[in-house]
Design a protein around this ligand. Sequence first.
Ligand SMILES: *[C@@H]1O[C@H](CO)[C@@H](O)[C@H](O)[C@H]1NC(C)=O
Ligand SMILES: *[C@@H]1O[C@H](CO)[C@@H](O)[C@H](O)[C@H]1NC(C)=O
Ligand SMILES: *[C@@H]1O[C@H](CO)[C@@H](O)[C@H](O)[C@H]1NC(C)=O
Ligand SMILES: *[C@@H]1O[C@H](CO)[C@@H](O)[C@H](O)[C@H]1NC(C)=O
Length: 249
Amino acid sequence: MYTTVLISVEIIMMVLATVNCEIPNYIHICKREDPELSACIANSVNTLIPYLKVGIPELDVPPLEPLQLNDVQLKLGSDDAKIATNITNIHVWGASSFQLLSLRAIVSPNANTFHFNVNVPRLQLLGQYAIDTKILFLNLKGNGPLEINITDYSFNCTMNGHKIEKNDVTYLEFERMECSMNFKNVNVLLKHIFNGNALLGNTTNTVINQNVDMFYKEIKPSLVEALGKTFTDIANKITLRFSYDELFP
Ligand SMILES: *[C@@H]1O[C@H](CO)[C@@H](O)[C@H](O)[C@H]1NC(C)=O
Ligand SMILES: *[C@@H]1O[C@H](CO)[C@@H](O)[C@H](O)[C@H]1NC(C)=O
Ligand SMILES: *[C@@H]1O[C@H](CO)[C@@H](O)[C@H](O)[C@H]1NC(C)=O
Ligand SMILES: *[C@@H]1O[C@H](CO)[C@@H](O)[C@H](O)[C@H]1NC(C)=O
């Protein structure tokens, strides 16, 4: 009887050891009952950040740098200073330099919810613009490279997960994360505009930056979509790969 128990324990330990081996060392495991669960998960996320930057091929996680955005069309201004711009081939740099400011985890039989607050010191969007303006009573068209900096971009996000069963194993699957966000500054620069004509280029860039909130409002949906989808996908690549019990023993 006693021997049987010992052997069973040994088998269980071996099975556990084998299972644990599969989890790569850059994923820190947090115990469900850990009184410091939130701090433990925050620590796991911080460990993971440098890996996200370059991607994790064995988990099929692509590099975070750069992120690609959908094209954006926008119109700004009044009748005497109208600017229509199409932005294409937009790449976002800086998403992997996010700092996790706080994280609150609820891991229980009924809820698996993560609230967190992150700051991105600087996001840089690089793309190509095509512009059609009416400015200083002139109608002008032009195109060239575009640069947008968003500084001190802060996000409050919630990720809700639900348990799913696959081949009798329980996994955690996240719904698309929801965030509220604000930033300190957005700066836009349309480069080489109107063949480098300083006055027209300056005027156009000035008008755009005076209306930068409207400009941001137009690119925000594309940006929020890309960020939300990317980070939710990364979380799911991990939680759908390793079972709930492996990740939260
Ligand atoms: C932006 O794209 C639309 C649709 O393709 C096009 O009709 C419009 O002329 C473009 N605007 C500029 C400024 O290139
Ligand atoms: C995040 O939440 C904090 C505390 O509730 C609040 O002060 C801050 O303004 C929020 N930030 C954003 C970007 O929603
Ligand atoms: C964006 O930030 C970079 C690095 O700080 C700077 O070199 C560049 O001039 C900035 N561009 C704009 C449009 O603010
Ligand atoms: C605006 O014009 C000034 C001087 O003419 C120049 O130094 C500056 O770089 C220009 N700014 C932009 C954004 O083109």
